[in-house]
Design a protein around this ligand. Structure first.
Ligand code: SF4
Ligand code: SF4
Length: 70
């Protein structure tokens, strides 16, 4: 299975809720980036390990995350 997680990065508020629920610990708030809203956005650290459970997308209050599997 191939998976793909994408983010509406400019709208992420860096709250970290998605980071906390990923069972594979694949998401991180990127302190080196600042988005258009002035927040550190979340990033994927290792797409190859994602199991497409979509816990992250479900948790995000702002619907920033899309999870796809092929
Ligand atoms: S889909 Fe699941 S495994 Fe993949 S990043 Fe989101 S929470 Fe983590
Ligand atoms: S839960 Fe949503 S808004 Fe919060 S850090 Fe994750 S993607 Fe960004």
């Amino acid at each position: 299975m191939t998976t793909k997680v994408t983010f509406r990065t400019d709208s992420c508020k860096g709250c970290g809720l998605c980071v906390s629920v990923c069972p594979k610990h694949l998401l991180a708030v990127d302190k080196d980036q600042i988005n258009k809203k002035g927040h550190h956005p979340v990033v994927m650290t290792d797409q190859s390990q994602c199991i497409a459970c979509a816990f992250c997308a479900t948790m995000c209050p702002d619907c920033i995350i899309t999870v796809e599997k092929f």
